[in-house]
Write a protein that binds this ligand. Structure first.
Ligand code: ZN
Length: 124
């Protein structure tokens, strides 16, 4: 990925975050983003299957979201948006720390997009 492509992907992700930060209830969080050109390290090993990863301290409302720019570049705009929303949902439910978190987060990601589509269609 060229520096120009890297910058374009970072801009694309920042635009999605800006669009959704308020409606997704993320304005009260201290959020940092990190961008890696390739796989994100998980437990010290690069994982090529992970597009984004969130590390959250819910007690202090702090989160860091890392993005694998190579994977994000291969996503459609809709997929990229769903990944950002998926990570936001992880932040929002972080204090649950129960076995069902992944399923709930996936469902919530779709719900946000259904809300977007309904709003676009003038249904809400
Ligand atoms: Zn997840």
């Amino acid at each position: 990925m060229t520096p120009r492509e890297t910058a374009a992907q970072e801009r694309r992700i920042r635009a999605i975050i800006k669009k959704w930060r308020t409606p997704a209830g993320m304005t009260e969080w201290f959020m940092k983003t990190q961008y890696t050109p390739g796989p994100i390290d998980i437990d010290g090993k690069p994982d090529p299957e992970v597009a984004a990863l969130t590390s959250t301290d819910w007690e202090y409302r702090q989160t860091v979201i890392k993005f694998n720019l190579d994977m994000m570049a291969r996503c459609t705009d809709d997929e990229a948006e769903r990944i950002v929303l998926h990570e936001f949902c992880h932040v929002l439910v972080n204090e649950m720390h129960e076995g069902s978190e992944e399923r709930v987060v996936t469902t919530l990601s779709f719900i946000f997009q259904w809300i977007r589509d309904a709003a676009k269609a003038g249904k809400i």
